[in-house]
Design a protein around this ligand. Sequence first.
Ligand code: GDG
Length: 471
Amino acid sequence: MGTADFIVVANRLPVDRSGTEEGEEQWRPSPGGLVTALNPVMRQADGAWVGWPGQADLEVEPFEFDGMQLVPVALSAEDVELYYEGFSNDTIWPLYHDVIAAPRYRREWWQAYVRVNRRFAEAAADAAAEGATVWVQDYQLQLVPRMLRELRPDLVIGYFHHIPFPAYGLYSQLPWRRQVLEGLLGADVIGFQRVADASNFARAVRRQLRYDTKASGIRVPTEDGGARLALAKAFPISIDAEEYIRLAQRPDIVARAAEIRESLGNPKKVLLGVDRLDYTKGIRHRMKAFGELLQDGRLAVEDVTMVQVASPSRERVAAYVHLRDEIEQTVGRINGDFDTMDHTAIRYLHQAFPREEMVALYLAADVMLVTALRDGMNLVAKEYVASRVDNRGVLVLSEFAGAADELGTALRINPHDIEGVKDAIVRAVEMPAAEQGRRMRSLRKKVRDHDVSDWSSEFLEALDAVRRSRS
Ligand code: GDG
């Protein structure tokens, strides 16, 4: 039993180690949406964050950082390979994204996943005060809710699933489908991005476990022969909209946006894609569409440039190595065919940039291309919209991204329909300013009215309701 009243359990701690100095550990915050969203709650409560420090074989004692208690969970190189790269990113990730890549089912990976999930559950159980609230994050930790409930029945437990939950026909491929459902059902509240994800989950529970579900409630049998109610529903995640608005008004960032356009040869229109280099994001589909538009002569390289930021991701997983080769070959071919001495078709950057540079890119882009084949939410879409304080720019948005449920006035596309994507790009490039303004104002209102602090307070309110119903 520990002292923390509120605990976040996530695969990663919200800090990176930046080397050691005279034997002292040096840590810097790794800025992410989740930290921003939870910071206020962490400060108010006696908060702790349980997670992996990001390097294999690094054993660190719990320490204080920026007003929170950080509880590192050590992973060996083998754990990283089997639990993280293997089961999390080569089994669950492709399966839950509609098998865009083939999931690999390996018993050794599953065993490591169980073992490592138990380690996270034990660390959380040790840190939590009597009756504390614990919020488990994402697909790497689906077994933690149940393990934690077994260790500590006094806790109020939430789980948020950042990625899609697949349709039953796909989910049922998973050799450990019952164990994963039982793991998740250890939580009092199970949050998903979309209503469709929550219903896919409820259906899997009905089919596999035969539990009753009614609206968002699932009756989970308890050992004493009774039942408790778990809530499974949508809590769409968002961004710190005000922060993007602030950055988008900073004079140096506005100037940088102009400089970016200049360095591209001042094309009439700039198209932008920003993604982790991941096969779920539809990067090749958007390049194919763009390449064909140049080929057909519907767009000219002198007028339109595409910028693609593909930040390095999961570089030790084979499917990602393969994807990178394919994308780089596609970029090379398109540029080889269409570049001139002064203009490039695709400016491709396999790099990560500071957030300021991302906002400058958003401001420089006339058209933002979000063509994910499947995506839990897609925060890039929301960041682009929030940054467009000038109410200009066009968002082309895949209907397979969770963001499509909220961002109704984007140009919606089916990324598999290359002709449809081409038409949407041309329409975006030609869209009159007045129509851009109409659509963008409505998109911006959506994001501002529901930002990341609304997301976290709605989720935590649901957990509070559980607590009240217990006493
Ligand atoms: C998962 C789900 C869900 C990207 N490159 C750079 C950079 N980024 C930032 C973006 C954005 C974030 O990373 C990516 O978030 P997304 O939502 O677009 O996608 P995933 O990484 O796949 O996230 C997703 C999300 O979890 C939250 O629940 O929406 O569906 O897959 O914030 O801006 N940031 C910086 N440099 C980069 O090079 N600074």
